[in-house]
Ligand binder design. Sequence first.
Ligand code: MCN
Ligand code: FES
Ligand code: FES
Length: 918
Amino acid sequence: MEKKVLIVNGLPRTMIVDSDVTLASVLREQLLLTGCKVGCNQGQCGTCSIIMDGKVVRSCIVKMKRVPNEAKITTIEGIGTPENLHPLQVAWMAYGCAQCGFCSPGFILSAKVLLEGNPDPTREEIRAWFQKNRNACRCTGYKPLVDAVMAAAKVLRGEMRKEDLLFSPTGNKIYGTTYHRPSALSKVTGTWDFGADVALQMPPGTLRMALVQAEVSHANILGIDTSEAEKMEGVYQVITHKDVKGKNRITGLITFPTNKGDGWDRPILCDKKVFQFGDAIAIVCADTEEHAQAAAKAVKVDLEVLPAYMSAPAAMADDAIEIHEGTPNVYFEQGIVKGEEIEPYFDQAAAIVEVNTYCSRQPHLPLEPDCGSAYFDEEGRLTIHSKSIALHLHHAMICPGIGIEPDKLRLVANPTGATFGYKFSPTNEALLGVACLATGKPVSLNFNMFQNITYTGKRSPGFVTCKLAADKDGKLLAMETDWTIDHGPYSEFGDLLTLRQAQFTGAGYDIPNIRGKGRTVCTNHAWGSAFRGYGSPQAFLASEIAMDELAEKLGMDPLELRYKNVYRPGATTPTQQIPEVFCFEEMLDKLRPLWKEAKQRCAEYDVPGKKRGVGLSLGIYGCGLDGPDSSEAWVEMTPEGVTVGSSWQDHGQGADLGTLTHAHETLRHAGYRPEQLKLVMNDTAFTPNSGPSGGSRQNVVTGNAIRVASEMLLNAMRKSGNKENGEYRTYEEMVAENIPLRYDGKWAASMCTDCAPDTGKGDPFSNYMYELFMPEVEVDLETGKATVVKFTTIADIGTISNKATCDGQIYGGLAQGIGLALTEDFEDLTKHTTLAKCGLPYVQDVPDDMQIIYNISPRASGPYGASGVGEGPLTAPHPAILNAIYNACGVRIYAIPALPAKIKAGLEAQKSSCGCCD
Ligand code: MCN
Ligand code: FES
Ligand code: FES
């Protein structure tokens, strides 16, 4: 221990500190300055950046012994107040930089130091600064952050007023503008309390949990010995499967009766078997995290290690044993049948191509590790706070497993540092519930980044074959597909993902005749969870490379081949649904001149050792859960305004602003201003089942439910009955006339039907989002490294509810697409264990030159004409990047990520086969 004086945010603080703990932990745990966020805890993400003696410092890697006495430390809490924000904080709000907001304090402090030394930086200097300081963001695609620094710099130089940064509504309309998020102020001031912050603020006596986790991928459990651990310092209880009161399984809610499993395959705490690396075997509850972790190491688990099937082909081999006894490893099959038999078309085709692609086990890499806490509330309900993006679904999935009556379980979503879909599956909820029930005490569980990466769901790898036939003019005649999904050991939603291949392979084109079959395979690698774009990246990787190869074979321009075949009136989707709008023709018309320019620019690029190429693809995603998806929301008039309640769970995509905007767009007719609308969100005790924030469904489905509830209130307030433009009753008049103040709005996509398991036929989604991708890529011929230098995209997402949100969704999705194409992976359990090693794109991996063009086709069934946006940008950016690599240097990559070594091998193979060098 040592005594140190730290000058924190301008004031001297005398601290007694352990020399070996980090500055981040002293700031967070001793000073409760939780604006300092800890993501990786390894110096790789910059979320913990603070300013020490004028320099940006990643406080998670600075031990207290290296902090000088009287060091001047500035944290986010010290640079501005809500009434007097720093211009960077305002700019962060104005440019939609605080999506999840987990990285915001670190970025803002980092940028502050930059601007102190360089008041007039170029965009490149800003990017170089963030790169050097390892400031990472997984949500925004970085461009808005650079925009914000440029704008704040102008304010600091006196060239514009801080007050002019934020959009301020004129005519009481915020729909379609860049109005900021209600949560933005808390995010930029560091007061948006994420789960780890909530855990720190729990009352004394809260037990801290640590997991005993499997370090092998497949094994029988012969015994668990907790005796040593139980005796260790601070330990309150060690919990195993024997202490679980319920079925000890998470129900996968199998959606298809044709599934060969029963959906009860994921243990909460392993009893008989370990199914994957990281599986939880026991929980230690202790007075501190350190004590819990030390005791977890002392729990002895006797294992009989079994062969681990780490990929679908391995688990499908004839000699593979069943991972879940009684259920075949291939446990679900899905077909696609459209039009006539395809053989005659392949026989008569002028051109046929066949591609085999592999879409990787992409890790989600949110910067906030999984975390949560649980306690009994004042009504005796077990209350679990987590990063859940599917509160009511998770409620149903964990109740029987932990052994609690549904009305005794309450789930609450914490402010969330992004999930990108991994939290569509329950992760820690059941573990928290089990621990709270077993101990009767409040509990908390924080994962570190290693646990977060190795023990949460991943994108399921897809092996997809796509064969296309076209006539001599390029008109598509038929498609044949085959696909295999490696879904890891747990079946939850695996059938749905397998169906997605039927829905999206070849989507976008009028293909009259289709045949195909796919299957879901149980393996021992990471369990498959939802990931932004869910199912579509696997599908489009195959069909969009196939389209490029077909164009080449026919001697056609890739854009013109697509133009000839895209949906037009009369066409149907692969599942035989009539698209709700036909927008691709117009979008391609908009893109054509830019495509021509890009082709010329790349062809003329003349730098020794480098080549540039441009690629193209289209992507589509549906807004909704398959079939007649529905949502609920309520509004209630109060003396101050209107309270709006929804369970539109917020990963960081802007559920708060979405809720506000949809309510305001209706309620503004009665004169309500945005600040009069109060939001109550994401707590099953108060908010209704709005369905999960997956499938980019909320803007459409919950947006509609909020619109309906708001319209009901507006109708009740109208003095002239249902006629528009009438006068509206005040709160007092409503009360005096005994008119109800609260209205429950419901909306169902009643026009939708499920897809059949054998043919895929169905109308699964009421609305889709459509996007064209056009990256320009540079390939280093020496190293094989590919870099995206420019990205142009055209998106049709219907009307735009909030422009800053949609821009941010698209930039962020494209950045993830670049990672998916070039760097990201989770395959090697000994290597892919940190953000950097998993290939997280930093600012200089993502181009600053990104252009979004909106093509607005209002949707009849979208609220105010809107569709969804979140998943569109991650449907098919990666095949476009691979097509651009091919265009640059002639190397075709079919298995992502396209690491430099793969491209280099292709370049070398070209050299050795060209003959001229012999
Ligand atoms: N929106 C809009 N105008 C439109 C469509 C949408 O302004 N025409 C806004 C919505 O109001 C919302 C956002 O865009 O704020 C996304 O809306 P939508 O596409 O309906 O998606 P959901 O709200 O259902 O969010 C889920 C979606 C998914 S499935 C994943 S995964 C995802 C994503 O959004 N994960 C994210 N975006 C993310 N963004 C961040 N920062 N972090 C994640 O984890
Ligand atoms: Fe410190 Fe990531 S760099 S938490
Ligand atoms: Fe940057 Fe979410 S806003 S990580």
